[in-house]
Every structure is written in structure tokens, then in C-alpha cells.
Design a protein around this ligand. Structure first.
Ligand SMILES: [Zn+2]
Length: 351
């Protein structure tokens, strides 16, 4: 099995086109045409994780966070990023990051795991993405089959967990008052694919083999977006909820704003640095917003309207490692996938 086959599968779970603009998810280091010898799943592909991959004879690291975010200009081992890149290349180890594209998924995403840990029901995306377009193309069945395949190759017709989605119907059109049988093809694609999709459509349109319309989709796609909101099976007092949160998320401590003397039933959350979603959490009347990386002044923004609970970045995302491991082991049996044994949390607590 080639590395590219594994990555192709992961990209059906979390298509890279759904990563945020600042992100660098994808194959960062390595040759996707190599055969997989084993996989290490982790949050951070640090040097000890690369060492672990070498020791376990695994040539693929699937990390949540990209080890490289910005351009690197020198490779002389002066910082941990350069050392990881150099060591991985020297040892033929590929590093793939599945980051904000995995954050943005309703099913099998980073927040899905948090929802499961907290036993939440009626979970939804907190800030759904609204960047989809729909194509309607008209032509002969044969031409539309070709067109469909070309668009699928680009990544159109992919909704989380399902790919190659389209709909076709046979109908009767008229041209110059004369009726003629035509097939209509419909498929959805993310706005990020606009350029590629349009050049394919133009090619067919110039040949005169299709007519088409591309329209913006106004309904928010509830499968993709940032953060999540859900309900507890039973309301809890604030103190018992904080205890529950600490136990379920296996954290040493929870940093939180003033309690409000109300029961907790609606819970908004976002693994990692989700502070930008506070307004969404308040607007949707969450009783608590769980995330990480809050700064001192940002805690004031709770302003008695919600409880902000910061559980730590690593802690909020730690179960993503198991998620990646499960996704791979359920699909592939011809190589070993391991959860890293390295705790890559750069933050420690002294009690
Ligand atoms: Zn993170």
C-alpha cells in the first residue's frame, strides 16, 4: 500500500479544501509514492515522535498540527522545526498534517471527539461554513459522464465521508422551439475549487458540448464549520459540570470565568484556540464555552453572559490521536498504525 492511498482516504474524512487560509495541512514532508511501513498518529510531529517512528519502523506520521507553518529559509538544525524536517527527510519519513480541515468536520472531527467525551446530544456546528456552489450542467449523457469524472478528480462532489456525489436527471429541453432530450447533472463544490471547476466548464462550453449554470448556495452547510454546540443529557450544577468536564477530558485543571448560579445544559466547545467563537456561543445561548488558549483580557468578554472554560490546547485535542488511529485501523489492515507514546504537550502544571 502506497502512502498516497492512505492520504487519499484521510482526505475523504477531512478534505484539505476545508482547511483555513492560514493553515498548512497536507503532505508536508515525504514521497507519497513510497510504500507504507507503519503509521504514528500524534498531535505534534516533534523530534521525539520522529525518533519513535524510526524505532517502530514507521515511515508515515499523521499529525494534527503542521510542523511547518511558514517558509523555512535555512536548514541547519538551530530550531526544533528544522531538526524535525532534516531528521524526517534523512530517515525517509513522511509527515502529513490533518489540521483545520479536521477541526471543521461534524463527523469524525476534532470536536466530534469532545462531544462524545462529554456525552452531548443534538450536536451541531457552532459556526457553519457557507461557501458552496452548485453546478447545473446540461448535455449528452456521455459528455456529462466525462465532465463529472473531471470534476470529481478536482475534488468537487465531496461532502465529508462521502465522495463522488452527484445527481443526474433526464429531461426535455427546447431550443429554437424544438424539443430535445437532455441530461442534467447537478453537483456541489466548495468555493475554494472555483478556479479549477470553471476552467473545466469553460473547456466543455467552448466546444459547445454543454450549457451550465453555477449558483451560490445560500443554505449553510451544517456538516462543515468551526466549533460545536450540544446539550447535556441532564442539566448539571456549574460545580458538578466543571468536575465532570475535568474527569471526562482528563485535565489537571480548568481555568474559568465567574460562575453564574445557573444550571448548565447547553455546551459550546472548540478544540484548540477557539476564542473567536465566543460570540457564536453567546448568540446560541450556550451556558458554557469550552476551548483553549484564552488570554487574560479575553476572559472579561464572558461579561456574565456565559462561562468560559479553558481546558488547555493539548488537553482539548488529545483524543484526536485516537480518532486518527481508529479511522486508519478501521480501513486498513496491511500496516500497523500506532498512537504515539510521546506526550507532546509543551505545557506542564506544578501543583
Ligand atoms: Zn490545535
Amino acid at each position: 500500500m502506497k502512502i498516497k492511498a492512505v492520504l487519499k482516504y484521510l482526505e475523504t474524512i477531512a478534505p484539505p479544501i476545508y482547511q483555513e487560509s492560514y493553515d498548512n495541512a497536507g503532505l508536508i514532508i515525504g514521497d507519497a509514492s513510497e510504500t507504507v511501513t507503519g503509521v504514528i498518529c500524534c498531535l505534534d510531529s516533534t523530534e521525539p515522535v520522529v525518533d519513535e517512528a524510526i524505532a517502530k519502523k514507521c515511515n508515515l506520521i499523521i499529525a494534527h498540527h503542521p510542523i511547518v507553518f511558514k517558509g523555512l529559509k535555512r536548514f541547519n538544525g538551530k530550531n526544533y522545526i528544522e531538526r524535525v524536517v532534516m531528521k524526517a527527510i534523512r530517515n525517509d519519513i513522511a509527515i502529513y498534517a490533518i489540521h483545520t480541515n479536521l477541526d471543521n468536520m461534524l463527523y469524525q472531527g476534532v470536536n466530534t471527539r469532545i462531544a462524545e467525551r462529554l456525552e452531548l446530544k443534538n450536536t451541531q456546528i457552532l459556526a457553519p461554513k457557507k461557501n458552496f456552489k452548485k453546478l447545473f450542467a446540461f448535455g449528452s449523457e456521455q459528455i456529462l459522464n466525462q465532465l463529472r469524472n473531471e470534476l470529481f478528480e478536482l475534488g468537487a462532489g465531496v461532502i465529508q465521508g462521502q465522495q463522488h456525489l452527484s445527481y443526474a436527471s433526464v429531461g426535455a429541453g427546447t431550443a429554437n422551439g424544438k424539443g430535445e432530450g437532455k441530461v442534467k447533472l447537478e453537483l456541489l463544490f466548495p468555493t475554494a475549487l472555483n478556479g479549477g471547476v470553471n476552467s473545466v466548464l469553460n473547456k466543455y462550453a467552448i466546444e459547445g458540448s454543454i450549457n451550465y449554470d453555477v449558483i451560490a448556495v445560500e443554505n449553510t452547510n451544517t456538516l462543515i464549520g468551526s466549533g460545536m454546540i450540544g446539550e447535556l443529557t441532564k442539566p448539571m450544577t456549574e460545580k458538578s459540570f466543571l468536575k465532570f468536564l475535568k474527569n471526562k477530558m482528563q485535565v489537571n485543571c480548568v481555568k474559568h470565568t465567574d460562575l453564574r448560579g445557573k444550571h448548565i445544559s447547553k455546551v459550546a466547545f472548540c478544540g484548540g484556540a477557539g476564542g473567536f467563537l465566543l460570540k457564536n456561543a453567546i448568540r446560541q445561548q450556550a451556558d458554557v464555552f469550552i476551548t483553549a488558549d484564552y488570554k487574560y483580557h479575553e476572559f472579561f468578554d464572558a461579561d456574565g453572559r456565559i462561562i468560559i472554560a479553558d481546558i488547555g490546547h493539548y488537553e482539548s485535542e488529545q483524543f484526536t490521536i485516537n480518532l486518527l488511529h481508529e479511522v486508519l485501523t478501521q480501513k486498513f489492515s496491511n500496516f500497523a498504525a500506532h498512537c504515539t507514546e510521546v506526550n507532546t504537550n509543551p505545557v506542564s502544571y506544578y501543583f
